[in-house]
Write a protein that binds this ligand. Structure first.
Ligand SMILES: Nc1ncnc2c1ncn2[C@@H]1O[C@H](COP(=O)(O)OP(=O)(O)O)[C@@H](O)[C@H]1O
Ligand SMILES: [Mg+2]
Length: 227
């Protein structure tokens, strides 16, 4: 399959933990505006792959280019800036700061980036409206449901305008109905913001809804069947 205008290009990615080879030469490409599900058994290397793409951890061999940035060449400060500004990261647990409101949580990455507070707050309100939480701006995480907490985490991931959202089992902790709502939100954000979404998931429904599925088994990408 040929991808025009790719936002992610991974070539020959290898990662070892001691003797254990976790990624055994993974190559793949993801186009701008795609929603791609990464699936495969537990321990297959899905999180490791996502972390390499998001500059959350290093790798041993290969090349990872994300939104024009050669991730493997980044030093630790540049990697921190990359994570803060170039990618939105969402995990199974929301990691919201408990003592801050929804609005404040969404603002934090932008304030870290040194942006103007007034401008950031206005954008955070817009993003919280976009994820359906206009009525919850001053709620603390403990006053929000699991699905609402995850929506705040998604809004926070988008505050610095990344073109790419990386999500690792973002609905793994939610009940079936809430899970479906979060999944639809990813497609909505793609449609409204032109976002590219790469989501590691065990959820068959989300995998089926996605434009494309990449299956990882034992550190290797399975050959894709033609669609
Ligand atoms: N920090 C680490 N140190 C050693 N082994 C690790 C580490 N992180 C992950 N692994 C191992 O790498 C393999 C792949 O892990 P992971 O990418 O988290 O799998 P998945 O997300 O597909 O479940 C697993 O066998 C796991 O035990
Ligand atoms: Mg994982």
């Amino acid at each position: 399959m040929t991808i025009h205008n790719s936002i992610i290009k991974v070539e020959g990615l290898r990662k070892r933990y001691g003797e254990l080879e976790v990624l055994k030469g993974v190559s793949m490409e993801i186009g701008r505006g795609e929603v791609v599900a990464i699936v495969g058994p537990s321990g297959a290397g899905k999180t490791t792959l996502l972390h390499a793409i998001g500059a959350l951890s290093s790798f041993d061999e290969g090349r990872v280019v994300v939104d024009g940035v050669d991730v493997g060449t980044l030093g630790s400060d540049a990697a921190a800036d990359f994570r803060n500004q170039r990618v939105g990261l969402v995990f199974q647990f929301h990691y919201l700061l408990p003592e801050f409101s929804a609005l404040e949580n969404v603002c934090i990455p932008a304030l870290i980036a040194g942006r103007n507070k007034g401008e950031v707050e206005a954008e955070a309100r817009e993003l919280l409206a976009l994820v359906g939480l206009s009525e919850r701006l001053s709620h603390k995480p403990s006053q929000l449901s699991g699905g609402e907490q995850q929506r705040v985490a998604i809004a926070r991931a988008l505050i610095n305008h990344p073109h790419l959202l990386l999500a690792d089992e973002p609905s793994g902790n939610l009940d079936t109905r809430t899970r479906g709502e979060i999944h639809r939100l990813f497609f909505d954000l793609r449609d409204r913001l032109g976002l590219t979404v790469v989501v590691v998931t065990h959820d068959g429904e989300l995998a089926a809804m996605s434009d494309r599925r990449l299956t990882i088994v034992d550190g290797e990408l399975q050959q894709q069947s033609a669609e």
